[in-house]
Write a protein that binds this ligand. Structure first.
Ligand code: URA
Length: 272
């Protein structure tokens, strides 16, 4: 098919519209017209046999959708068997228990200094992280770097960063509980292997999941917890704070984050 300049402009405008609306991932090989599907009468058994679909049905996801308890056991044993960060990366890459793997471009494992004074745990990669395979490299990552710099931390020397989920949820949607549960053993093991002096949970999803609490981030932030990952013989002091993406939308809340950062600095310096 040959497109002229006008066709190309309207196709690009349609694409831009979809990306702006959050539909920025192709999750099947062929397009599906949901409006046409809804308008069609329910097929009779006869029609179902005779009318072959014009576009072949999308292939089933290559990732298993086993019941959560089964996935959880597989994830736990895969994560527990990793004795180094490289082994954990390989175990995660081989793990097929989270459907997000099928739609993500890259796995985002983690990055930074190891050993690290501080490990930060975010929620899930966004579009920039998914493209580059690295955590917090987009707009919120830039703010995070500035915030870390305020208290003498940076990824090159003393800070390590990862996420609860190593694969991006399509369109940055909220991850489901099953997706989080499937990946949780890996981030728990990740923290145990990095064994930082302090672990910081960024935002509500990370804080609630890692601390096993139902409270919102405004209640959880700014206090110290003992985080006890399996396989580590000591608890790690943990702090929850506001997610940098939230701070970009609500700059007035940086005041609270600043307090949390100062408490983290004090703890690292032997106080708190
Ligand atoms: N937000 C997160 O929680 N993690 C990232 O890596 C990027 C944005």
């Amino acid at each position: 098919m040959i497109f002229d300049a006008e066709d190309r402009a309207s196709l690009l405008a349609a694409l831009a519209f979809h990306v702006a609306a959050g539909a920025d991932e192709a999750i099947a090989d062929g397009p599906v017209d949901r409006f046409a599907a809804r308008a069609m009468p329910a097929p009779s058994p006869q029609a179902a046999v005779s009318a072959a679909p014009r576009t072949p049905a999308a292939p089933p996801p290559t990732v298993s959708l086993a019941p959560t308890a089964v996935v959880d056991a597989a994830a736990r044993s895969a994560a527990a068997s990793a004795g180094t960060l490289e082994e954990l990366r390989a175990a995660l890459a081989a793990f097929n228990g989270c459907p997000l793997k099928a739609t993500a471009t890259n796995m985002v494992f983690g990055a930074g200094a190891s050993p690290a004074e501080v490990m930060l745990v975010g929620e899930a990669p966004g579009a920039d992280e998914d493209r580059q395979g690295l955590p917090f490299v987009g707009a919120s990552g830039k703010l995070l770097d500035i915030m870390l710099g305020w208290i003498g931390l940076d990824r090159a020397t003393n800070a390590y960063i990862s996420n609860i989920l190593p694969w991006r949820p399509p369109g940055n949607r909220q991850p489901t509980q099953a997706e989080v549960a499937a990946c949780l053993p890996f981030i728990e093991r990740h923290v145990a292997l990095v064994a930082p002096k302090v672990v910081v949970f960024l935002g509500g999803t990370s804080a609630k999941t890692m601390l096993c609490r139902a409270d919102g981030i405004t209640r959880l932030r700014g206090r110290w917890y003992d985080y006890r990952p399996a396989g580590l013989d000591r608890p790690i002091p943990a702090m929850a704070t506001l997610h940098p993406a939230y701070l970009l939308r609500q700059p007035a809340m940086k005041r609270q984050a600043w307090r949390d950062l100062l408490a983290i600095r004090e703890r690292l310096d032997g106080g708190g």
